[in-house]
Design a protein around this ligand. Structure first.
Ligand code: 8YV
Length: 353
């Protein structure tokens, strides 16, 4: 081996050892625990602190814990606002275990040169599957049927006019937010032979529209013409409570609304009013204005609403992949490399979902 290559080897080894040592001196915070394999990976590299108290962590506690941390792993119910970010004087990377990043003040993070990363793509199918599950359940009154049997109230064999639902076949599905998840829902709905309308901030290419057999319409037209609306838009200042009474009133009386995106896209009070007055036939919600919902939330008393506790990405396979990516994103960011999925722009980033 010549002198130059020995020198090069030494340099590479030194750099590797330096990276390893400087990584191990780094401190990271998890606002709640993650899969065992993920925590193990993190502990190999960093000094790891895992918050195990009541979720979500309070702002004061988060501020006190973030002070000496280089990296943060967080979740959608954590509020990573400018106070928290600015308290993290050494903070270099924020990795969220979610596709949504509306809980992070991305602008402040980017101004501070902090890398923000998230987990899109891996949860697209699971969330689209849940939207279809909710749609089928609403159309075929699945939860009503289950409740009836559990109440021991199924007393007669149903006749030809009883307990009727409606066909998905031939119905118009309106997709609000045609990002990854919206498109995955469109593909599934095509299998059920539904007609597709969509609204998105940006229109798809004509090629994509053709392959999904989906027609672009305004938001008003989407709500007016659809038999069922499924929301897959990101939550931003533009989509805050965009689904209000006016829009709900424009919907068909027999139509349904499904939300697996973010609760605050819908004005929940208006939705309750619309459901009570039967302005629309029903709704299926996986997300709410406040989660978990309180025992006094009027939605609980309504028969024409089907609810699930924010489980869009909650499958064994998907959550495992999300954990893998959350860790990889953080490790790469702390090594000042590009994470797998980096948040680049402020809220309204179209590809979010
Ligand atoms: C959560 C979600 O990540 O990805 C999102 O944006 O809302 C969910 O998948 C999940 O509930 C874990 O908190």
């Amino acid at each position: 081996m010549c002198f130059n290559s020995i020198l090069l080897h030494r340099l590479v080894i030194n750099e590797f050892l330096y990276d390893l040592l400087s990584a191990f001196s780094m401190k990271i915070l998890l606002t709640r625990s993650l899969h065992d394999f993920a925590v193990k990976e993190l502990k190999k590299r960093y000094q790891v602190e895992i918050y195990t108290g009541k979720v979500p962590i309070s702002k004061d506690l988060l501020i006190s814990k973030i002070k000496d941390k280089d990296g943060l792993i967080c979740y959608p119910y954590d509020k990573i606002d400018s106070d928290v970010i600015n308290a993290g004087a050494k903070l270099k990377a924020i990795s969220t275990f979610s596709v949504g990043y509306n809980h992070i003040d991305v602008n402040t993070a980017l101004e501070r040169g902090i890398i923000v990363s998230y987990t899109p793509e891996v949860l697209t199918r699971a969330t689209a599957d849940l939207a279809m599950t909710l749609m089928l359940s609403l159309f075929r009154r699945v939860s009503e049927g289950d409740a009836l049997i559990r109440k021991k109230a199924w007393r007669t064999i149903f006749g030809p006019y009883e307990f009727l639902g409606t066909d998905l076949y031939g119905k118009t599905l309106g997709i609000f937010g045609m990002g990854r998840i919206g498109k995955a829902v469109a593909k599934r709905a095509l299998g059920f032979e539904m007609k597709l309308l969509y609204h998105n901030r940006k229109r798809l290419s004509s090629q994509e529209e053709k392959s999904l057999n989906a027609r672009y319409v305004s938001l008003d037209e989407l709500f007016r013409r659809s038999d069922v609306i499924s929301i897959h838009a990101p939550y931003t200042s533009q989509t805050h409570e965009i689904v209000n009474l006016k829009l709900l009133k424009s919907m068909k009386k027999a139509s349904f609304l499904i939300n697996t995106a973010r609760g605050k896209i819908i004005n929940e009070k208006d939705l309750v009013a619309a459901l009570k007055k039967k302005i629309i036939a029903g709704a299926a919600l996986d997300v709410f204005q406040n989660e978990p919902i309180s025992a006094s939330n009027p939605l609980i008393g309504l028969k024409n609403v089907l609810m699930t506790p924010h489980i869009g990405s909650a499958t064994i396979e998907t959550r495992k992949k999300m954990a893998e990516i959350t860790v990889k994103n953080l490790v790469l960011s702390l090594a000042r490399k590009k994470p797998i999925y980096q948040v680049k722009v402020e809220s309204g980033h179209l590809d979010q979902f």
